[in-house]
Design a protein around this ligand. Structure first.
Ligand code: ATP
Ligand code: MG
Length: 463
């Protein structure tokens, strides 16, 4: 298990008795607002991105409330580095847009402002009102027959907003006015005990947005938290509701689940709660047909490798991830086609098309990833051809490196011959050695070209 997936220390001090500001009854029950002053917690502005601070301060100066909220506060309190920073405010998205030139409004179901600073995006969400105040006639808020929230754009106060958040540990607010942390829902206590607890009634909250079940698993795996027992049973019962979620949203979630650095822990929890089946039905089915433990080991090994690459700062791609997750169904489909008399390359092509088509109906995969995924697959039979010019051609293929890495994983779990993988390792080394004199000549050429360009007059530079 890579470091960073399990980390349960919580850094804040100060008891609720000392810091309680009793706000009286908030409609859904007796609620206490706990305020932990700056001296009682570990969140320092030095650990908040300067972009997030700019957004918070500009909102404040314009007379709005502005809080850091969500994963940023949670992770800082845990002593972890936040993935991103989210801001909550009473300014409407349009008001936010007027304050920031670098701002775009996104989302129909849940309208948000994205304020961009180079590659960093600060997500600014306007406080949402509570649903029980909504009426069916309200065009800005709507639910499906299953209770799923289809639109959610009725604005409210921080006291309303807190109930709309998913888990108690995600509903802590850091106030830019006095740097205090505000807790309405016992999130600080749950951070301390390592509990992932749904705010409100689990069944209702998971029905409102079934993706929260995936989020529960993701956070539990990443933080090493225990999902509270009341939610556990509901997740096992309501997983099927994810079938109605648009495939594009599930694709986004799949990337967060498996490319967040804790893929192995997440995968194990997904299987435990019977949710993996919903996301990758063909893979789940193939796991049931385990031959000598191979398929299960392959997916696990591939996910281990993903976590390891991320820990080492190496790139990972959705194409490789999907190629690995779907390899076993792909392999079985290829076998069937081979038995029907197809050639290995034809079988790989056709099986690739079929498996991709079936999967994207569940969790979409944009073409820029599905093409390279299929190339990784179709290169597998090509890697078996070692005679004549074939290996050299395979080596030149733009997807060779990924396909070779894929072969190494297959060989590690005993599904491809180790000798084949070793042969390709040696072949590349030999090829690299042969290429060396050419490579050495290349920089000299480049230098000459650069010098020549320098002498050209810089066109229109004086304008
Ligand atoms: P991370 O960014 O580390 O993945 P996060 O908790 O910040 O975790 P985001 O998806 O960035 O997650 O969302 C920010 C916050 O918005 C969450 O902490 C939560 O309070 C709220 N939120 C996001 N998605 C939902 C949802 N589906 N239902 C309810 N609240 C949500
Ligand atoms: Mg976040």
């Amino acid at each position: 298990m890579p470091a960073g997936c399990y980390y349960t220390h919580c850094y804040y001090s100060g008891t609720s008795e000392n810091n309680v500001t009793n706000q009286g009854d908030i409609d859904s029950g007796s609620v206490q607002r706990v305020t932990v002053p700056r001296s009682g917690h570990v969140i320092s502005r030095a650990n908040i991105s300067s972009s997030a601070l700019k957004v918070l301060y500009r909102l404040k100066e314009a007379g709005f409330q502005a809080y850091l909220v969500g994963g940023g506060v949670r992770d800082l309190l845990l002593g972890r580095e936040p993935k991103d920073f989210d801001v909550g405010t009473d300014a409407t998205p349009e008001q936010v847009r007027q304050l920031f030139r670098n701002c775009r409004l996104i989302g129909r179901r849940f309208r948000l402002a994205h304020v961009r600073f180079g590659r960093e995006i600060i997500e600014v969400a306007t406080f949402r009102a509570r649903h029980d105040e909504d009426t069916d006639a309200d065009r800005d808020s709507a639910r499906s027959d299953e209770g799923r929230i289809l639109r959610d754009n009725v604005y409210g106060t921080i006291e309303d907003d807190v109930w709309r958040r998913d888990f108690t540990v995600n509903a802590l607010y850091y106030d830019i006015r006095d740097f205090s942390v505000i807790d309405y829902v016992g999130g600080l206590h749950d951070l301390e005990s390592g509990t992932l607890r749904v705010i409100g009634e689990p069944e209702q909250r998971f029905r409102e947005d079934p993706v929260r079940m995936l989020r529960a698993v993701r956070f539990a795996a990443k933080l090493g938290f225990r999902i509270d027992p009341a939610s556990e049973t509901v997740i096992q019962e309501l997983g099927y509701l994810l079938e109605d979620i648009p495939s594009a949203r599930l694709f986004d979630e799949v990337l967060k689940l498996f490319l967040g650095g804790c893929a192995v822990a997440t995968y194990e929890l997904l299987r435990h709660y019977d949710l993996f089946r919903i996301l990758f039905p063909m893979t789940e089915e193939s796991l049931g047909r385990e031959e000598e433990g191979f398929p299960h080991t392959f997916v696990l090994r591939a996910l281990e490798n993903t976590d390891q690459r991320l820990a080492e700062g190496k790139p990972v791609t959705p194409a490789f991830l999907y190629a690995a997750l779907l390899w076993e169904p792909m392999r079985l489909r290829m076998q069937e086609l081979l038995e029907d008399g197809m050639s290995p390359l034809e079988a790989a092509q056709l099986a690739g098309n079929q498996i991709t088509a079936e999967q994207v109906a569940v969790t979409s995969l944009p073409k820029r990833f599905s093409f390279p995924m299929r190339e990784i697959w179709t290169l597998q039979p090509r890697l078996e051809r070692r005679r004549g010019k074939a290996p050299q051609r395979t080596l030149q293929h733009p997807r060779f490196r990924a396909a070779y890495d894929f072969l190494l994983l297959r060989a590690e779990v005993g599904e491809a011959p180790e000798e084949l993988a070793a042969w390709w390792t040696a072949f590349q080394n030999r090829d690299a050695a042969e290429q060396e004199p050419v490579a050495a000549a290349a920089p000299a050429k480049k230098k000459r070209r650069r010098r020549r360009r320098k002498r050209k007059p810089a066109a229109a530079s004086d304008d």
